[in-house]
Write a new protein. Structure first.
Length: 271
């Protein structure tokens, strides 16, 4: 039988999602916990690998097993063996043709920026710090020129292994909530480092380093060296993965939680 699950994690203490030798990863933690519940080896498939330091409020996985357990046992039982930074939010049986990665029809990320002169304290590694005042209006203008189906070679990592650089960027919106600037990105799929590279470009424009029109110039160049700004993984959250309703995967958009990361009231930005 095939079981799907939704996993939430704080990526700060992990070397990314994918299992690696001699370093802690989220995949290893999840597989070891599920193996203990099944009393048999479990290996999981994920909707998308996240880099070191990247968080997830709605990562989706699946695994195959002959072991009968209730959905509550898979989720709550596994959580009793998971480290504090990882939790299974939901688990349930799905059709055998469900695939966490290939059945997905869309993915969304939030990139959360603390925009003030003073570095973060309790939000450290949960937000990216930008001390320069960001002009959200300039960032919004730049973002509009990037939405659509394009060749995103200029926004992919050199080591990206995707066969095609073409992606449908469905949504790229920037908003301010007090000292937080939030970049909301949705696409059919993403290239390696694509969200961080988009965020880096938008932050440079918002800080006044470049005009908003530079975003389109970088896109059209199809050359990573033209817009070579990769934002920190801190503050990046995989926030939603969409599937056809027939698979019965619960909706999993944790935007209200992510966007409530408001720092305490302090001096004005740039003070």
């Amino acid at each position: 039988m095939r079981i799907a699950a939704i996993v939430e994690y704080d990526g700060s203490g992990f070397s990314g999602w994918q299992r690696q030798d001699d370093v802690p990863t989220v995949q290893q933690s999840v597989e070891e916990a599920l193996t203990r519940i099944a009393a048999a080896e479990i290996r999981v498939v994920t909707a998308g690998r996240t880099d070191a330091g990247v968080h997830a409020s709605a990562q989706v996985i699946h695994f195959d097993t002959h072991v009968e357990r209730t959905p509550r046992a898979w989720a709550h039982g596994a959580n009793s063996y998971l480290p504090p930074g990882v939790a299974i939010l939901w688990a349930g049986r799905v059709a055998d043709d469900f695939h966490a990665r290939y059945s997905a029809t869309g993915r969304e990320y939030r990139y959360v920026i603390l925009n003030r002169s003073i570095r973060p304290t309790y939000l450290a590694r949960r937000v990216t710090h930008e001390y320069r005042p960001l002009d959200v209006a300039r960032m919004q203008v730049a973002a509009r020129s990037l939405v659509g189906t394009h060749d995103f070679t200029s926004f992919r990592a050199v080591e990206c292994q995707a066969k095609s650089p073409v992606r449908e960027l469905r949504r790229l919106e920037i908003s301010r909530q007090g000292e937080l600037v939030i970049v909301h990105v949705a696409a059919n799929a993403f290239l390696h480092h694509m969200v961080r590279n988009l965020a880096g470009l938008l932050m440079a424009i918002g800080a006044g380093e470049h005009a908003p029109e530079w975003a389109r110039d970088v896109l059209d160049a199809r050359d990573r060296t033209v817009g070579d700004i990769t934002a920190s993984p801190d503050g990046l959250y995989l926030s939603r993965i969409d599937y056809p309703p027939a698979f019965g995967i619960p909706g999993s958009d944790a935007a209200p939680l992510i966007e409530s990361l408001q720092p305490r009231t302090g001096p004005a930005i740039g003070a």
